[in-house]
Design a protein. Structure first.
Length: 259
């Protein structure tokens, strides 16, 4: 409903065709992508909010099967568009992006027929969310790092320096290229919050120093703490956690993001 309202505010580009077969194609694709998102989110919640001994394997398999069947259908009938993408394409982009983000991009390689659909997407998104890392590590040509060493607990000259913005300092799995040209795969069990001065231990024992990259900031000032809390709620936790630790009860500084 929100998307249809936004679509009504401008004559083009059209997100929802007004009638006919094109409208039904858009709605069907959107519903298919919504189904992928629903099942993918439920799989995340199962592991995030239930203890491991309560995980229901059969139920998890049913949710994964929903995703696989939807991807198979998309492989058999790949979506296309004319002058611009519509609501269905955008919803699908969100669904596949979520599979990359929370499910490590496993959809790109199968185990379903949908592996073929990943090929054109992989080509256009090389280097995003670990794609380059996957190909390089399979060939054994990239260093790997699985351990973070807190600032002040390591000494000596670092092998190189990784200058990272906030987003890349909170990624669990990402290919990083340092200032001196050293490239490696950061592959952690959990998403970190890297601080300036932390070290990343490579598999050969060397340490890469973390440097915080300069970023544009936004200062938010409110007349009282209640209003600031409302702002935080609307921004969401992923953005709000970027605030400065020097924030007060009525103001905060966050990194600038395209929202």
């Amino acid at each position: 409903m929100i998307c249809e309202y936004l679509d009504s505010l401008a004559p083009s580009p059209v997100l929802f065709p007004k009638s006919g077969p094109e409208r039904w194609k858009t709605l069907v694709l959107g519903a298919l992508a919504d189904g992928i998102l629903d099942a993918a989110l439920l799989l995340v919640y199962e592991k995030r909010f239930r203890p491991e001994d309560k995980w229901h394997a059969t139920w998890q398999q049913r949710q994964q099967a929903k995703i696989d069947r939807a991807l198979d259908q998309l492989e058999r009938s790949p979506p296309a568009w004319g002058q611009s993408p519509d609501y269905g394409h955008m919803t699908l982009a969100c669904a596949l992006g979520y599979l990359d983000f929370r499910h490590e991009g496993k959809w790109r390689a199968g185990p379903t027929e949908a592996g073929g659909m990943a090929r054109p997407v992989r080509k256009s998104r090389a280097g995003l969310r670990g794609d380059a890392a996957e190909s390089l590590t399979r060939n054994g040509t990239m260093l790997k790092a699985t351990e973070i060493v807190a600032a002040g607990t390591w000494t000596g000259k670092p092998a190189d320096v990784a200058r990272l913005d906030y987003d890349r300092r909170t990624r669990r799995r990402i290919t990083l290229t340092c200032l001196g040209g050293l490239t490696f795969l950061l592959d952690l069990a959990k998403a970190p919050v890297l601080r300036a001065g932390d070290g990343i231990r490579l598999e050969d024992g060397r340490i890469v120093a973390v440097e915080a990259a300069p970023e544009q900031l936004l200062e938010i000032a409110c007349r009282d703490a209640r209003l600031l809390a409302r702002v935080a709620w609307h921004l969401g936790n992923r953005i709000w956690q970027r605030r400065s630790p020097r924030a007060s009860s009525t103001s905060a500084t966050i990194t600038s993001l395209p929202i």
